[in-house]
Design a protein around this ligand. Structure first.
Ligand code: FE2
Length: 133
């Protein structure tokens, strides 16, 4: 049985980039839904095995993959984010960024603009106050 991980920081920890309301939605509603549906699907699979009834196996395996990956991806997000700490790349990485992009600032600008085109990124940018909404 899959269990929700504890959010490793308060709901306000990612502001102003990720609002409290957005993090609350993703943790308590979306992530919880993925975990609950993963567990519900695993139970349906257990029952199917018990009855030796695999007539719905394609749908159940597809659901397990979808909900399970949704849960794992949310955990990766929660565990890899944190309160903003000003950092700079180390010297070796900085040299490579300057070589590849021309400057650290251009690298950040290109990454930021590319991120805006990623599917489902509108919610994140909306929480950042972007005009993309
Ligand atoms: Fe989410």
């Amino acid at each position: 049985m899959l269990k929700m991980i504890e959010l490793p920081y308060p709901l306000t920890a990612l502001e102003p980039y990720y609002s409290k309301e957005t993090l609350d939605l993703h943790y308590h509603i979306l992530y919880k839904g993925y975990v609950d549906n993963t567990n519900n699907t695993e139970e349906k699979l257990r029952i199917a095995r018990e009855k030796r009834d695999f007539s719905n196996i394609k749908c159940l395996e597809k659901d397990l993959s979808f909900y399970g990956s949704g849960a794992i991806l949310h955990e990766l997000f929660f565990e890899n984010m944190g309160p903003a700490i000003p950092t700079e790349p180390d010297i070796e990485l900085m040299k490579q960024m300057i070589k590849d992009f021309g400057s650290y600032e251009i690298c950040k600008e290109q990454f930021t603009e590319a991120s805006k085109t990623v599917e489902a990124s509108r919610l994140v940018f909306a929480s950042m106050g972007s005009k993309m909404v």
